[in-house]
Design a protein around this ligand. Structure first.
Ligand code: FAD
Length: 380
């Protein structure tokens, strides 16, 4: 194990590995990433893999658009096929409030340069004749949205970072952060002490706990979210389809399986990971109504992961103002996989050059919570 590093990253999900990759790519080789379990064992390996640019908050649109640019050249840049698929995202509106919001969102997204359009019920029916669109008022569609395999993406970043000189320590837990007089001196792990002056908290569902190790209070909370996968069917569904009022999202993987999930408003914050019977019953009753071809399909596997929520459902990307060089990329609120390339790049630029270069992420700093925030509405 390396006893000294210029940067220690805590967390081996998509965010930690993306940051490690971009730090190494930009020239910092002695990076150590510490993961308490295996790579992508947290939310990343349990997520839907959706990549969407259609958000209600401009900042999320910008970050997602930058990420899509990076996903488009992922194989060439990072060196692995991650089953990236440009099938688009179809957002369904069923209420007058949603119709109003979707009109507003699309106008803002188009201002940002996104290729996104409104679809009437008839146009949606024509494009997706196999769906039951009863009650639909409007839809929006962005063809450059899509999905990818989150395990492969995490492995790709980690392997590429390792090749450039990073050390990836799995099954190693950070148990404390050594802070003296406002300066980080190192991190204590289950495999020994690593001397460093720069630490990045990319601990996902445990971001708050890792913050407290350095004496920094972070306003994130974790919530269980569940998801399941069916047996494979012939390819039928190109886009990832999402409905906020009906509380579902669904996509078809490269091998034909359907992955789908919903949120649970009654779920209290916790680190619970166990799947519930209630979820399975609700989803298997609900989904065949919208997708009649799912009636006879068997569920293969069902699991849960953590949404690390911030108060406004937008990520917190910042550096502590209480101690030197404690960075955090946390609170992704259910959309961290798709934002990871842009966040990895921005964090690396910030650490190496003193500021992010490609996307202005100043609106994602902690200070926003004392000024009043606008909550991201397009979340399940
Ligand atoms: C059911 C579900 C569906 C989702 N669907 C999507 C989607 O379609 N698209 C999308 O963009 N996002 C989706 N998300 C959200 C996405 O998964 C997360 O936002 C993203 O994976 C966050 O990545 P991360 O690297 O920050 O966190 P994680 O993947 O959770 O990684 C954090 C890592 O830190 C490690 N760790 C924690 N504490 C310590 C410690 N003390 N020492 C060492 N290691 C530590 C953990 O073991 C973990 O592996 C979904 C999430 C869930 C749960």
């Amino acid at each position: 194990m390396r006893a000294e590093a210029s940067v220690v990253i805590i967390g081996g999900g998509i965010i930690g590995t993306a940051i490690a990759f971009y730090l190494c790519k930009k020239g910092l080789k002695d990076v150590v990433l510490v993961e308490k379990s295996y790579l992508s064992s947290g939310a990343t390996g349990r997520c839907g893999g959706g990549i969407r640019q259609q958000w209600s908050e401009r900042m999320n649109v910008r970050l997602a658009m930058r990420s899509v640019k990076l996903f488009e050249r992922f194989e060439e840049e990072v060196g692995m096929d991650i089953e990236y698929y440009h099938g688009g995202y179809l957002l369904l509106a069923y209420t007058d409030e949603e119709v109003e919001l979707f009109h507003k969102n699309v106008a803002m997204q188009q201002e940002e340069g996104l290729d996104v359009r409104l679809l009437s019920k008839e146009e949606t029916k024509e494009k997706f004749p196999f769906m039951n669109l009863e009650g639909l008022k409007l839809a929006t569609f962005c063809p450059t949205d899509g999905h990818a395999n989150p395990h492969l993406a995490t492995m790709a970043y980690a392997k590429a970072a390792e090749k450039m000189g990073a050390m990836i320590l799995t099954h190693t837990e950070v148990t404390d952060i050594d802070v003296q007089n406002g300066q980080i001196k190192g991190v204590l792990t289950t495999k020994g002490y690593i001397k460093t002056s720069v630490v990045v908290n990319a601990a996902g569902g445990f971001s708050r706990e890792v913050g407290l190790m350095a004496g920094v209070e972070l306003p994130t909370e974790s919530y269980r979210h569940q998801i399941f996968v069916t047996e494979p069917l012939e390819h039928i569904l190109d886009p990832l389809v999402i409905s906020f009022v009906n509380n579902f999202y669904i996509r078809q993987t490269k091998s034909g399986n359907f992955i789908m999930g919903q949120g649970d408003k009654d779920e209290p914050p916790s680190h619970k990971h166990d799947p519930s019977w209630r979820f399975l019953v609700e989803m298997t009753e609900k989904m065949p109504h919208f997708f009649p071809f799912l009636k006879e399909v068997r569920v293969l596997r069902h699991w849960a992961g953590l949404y690390n929520m911030s108060p406004d459902a937008q990520p917190i990307i910042d550096k502590s103002d209480k101690l030197s060089d404690f960075y955090f990329a946390i609170g992704f609120s259910g959309h961290g996989f798709m934002l990871a390339p842009a966040v990895g790049e921005a964090m690396a630029d910030w650490i190496i050059y003193g500021s992010p270069k490609k996307v202005d992420i100043s609106n994602l700093k902690m200070e926003r919570f004392s000024k009043g925030v606008s909550r991201e509405k397009n979340v399940v």
